[in-house]
Design a protein. Structure first.
Length: 144
């Protein structure tokens, strides 16, 4: 049995979590919905334009194409170059989209309202995570 001091036990999980491959995997996981959604729309989902029409945004085809390009570009940025800009862009986009698509307070009580409410607050958390990514990226090397 190997005995480790408490500081080295904390060090090993920290090393694993801080490893470049783990960081890349975590950033990709954070962006998963912003990668999967556009790819689904590009490769066959017929609902992209209908989605924008449902929310009253016109021209729907323009919004569908612009959002696909935006989500893929911002996700690539979060995973590499200009991470803080991509993360802040996705945070802002997520907040706007959440207030457009998940207006649970306008719904009648019941299961649909509860599901929309849960999704609303999950999206707020996602936006917060993107802000944290940006903050860490902007402050790294400054002793913070």
């Amino acid at each position: 049995m190997i005995h480790r001091s408490p500081s080295s036990i904390r060090g090993l999980p920290a090393e694993v979590i801080a490893a470049p491959a783990m960081r890349t995997a975590a950033l990709l996981a954070l962006c998963a919905a912003y990668i999967q959604g556009p790819l689904t729309k590009i490769f066959g989902s017929p609902g992209a334009i209908e989605e924008w029409e449902h929310f009253g945004l016109h021209p729907a085809a323009f919004f569908a194409a612009a959002v696909v390009a935006f989500e893929l570009t911002a996700s690539a940025m979060v995973s590499g170059f200009l991470r803080s800009a991509g993360a802040l862009a996705l945070a802002g986009f997520t907040l706007i989209a959440t207030f457009i698509a998940l207006r649970f307070w306008e719904m009648a009580p019941g299961m649909d309202r509860m599901m929309a409410s849960n999704a609303f607050f999950e999206h707020l958390g996602l936006a917060g995570a993107f802000v944290i990514v940006a903050a860490i990226d902007l402050t790294k090397g400054e002793g913070k």
